[in-house]
Ligand binder design. Structure first.
Ligand SMILES: [Zn+2]
Length: 173
């Protein structure tokens, strides 16, 4: 089931999300819906607060190219256990801030520990686009958006554009 994606500004995107105690059937369904919503958008990552659920769950798939095997991932309670000193810069976007992109600098590699869909603890080191994506999505669980890394003027300009977009969408029904 494709779920509607919240558009910034929205108070639900600014909340600190709650960890999950275990993987229930309902949470499994939520992860499945979020992956479907992400692929449909299309996007490479999505966090639960973006569909209005303030729980610590992110999904992602940064595999590029039509001939490569997709790698859908669902990470419950993801935690960064190590970050590289080396930084990298990517032009980021967000499904909650459509058509707006800006360069953000983050650690180039991170190790992340999480609870998988099967309830087991997993840990993996991410680099490249995966590292950027997982950090961007974990930020969402702490109420942080990529525009929070930008200067106040740029951030306000983007926020005003999103307010206008929301008014237009509301008018169209
Ligand atoms: Zn985002």
């Amino acid at each position: 089931m494709i779920r509607p994606i919240l558009i910034h500004p929205d108070p639900r995107l600014k909340k600190l999300c709650e960890p999950v105690a275990g993987i229930t059937r309902e949470l499994g369904k939520l992860a499945e819906d979020m992956l479907q919503t992400m692929y449909d958008a299309p996007g490479i990552g999505l966090a639960a607060p973006q569909v209005g659920i303030t729980r610590r769950l992110i999904v992602m798939d940064c595999v590029k190219g039509e001939n490569e095997t997709p790698r859908p991932m669902a990470l419950f309670n993801p935690e960064i256990t190590w970050s590289s000193e080396e930084l990298s810069t990517y032009e980021e976007g967000c499904l909650s801030i459509p058509d707006q992109y800006a360069e953000v600098q983050r650690p180039a590699e991170v190790r992340v520990r999480w609870l998988g869909l099967d309830g087991t603890e997993q840990e993996e080191q991410f680099s490249g686009l995966w590292a950027t994506c997982v950090q961007h999505e974990i930020d969402h669980l702490n109420g942080k958006l990529f525009i929070d890394y930008l200067g106040p003027l740029k951030r306000q300009m983007i926020t005003r554009k999103m307010e206008k977009l929301k008014r237009e969408r509301a008018r169209q029904g």
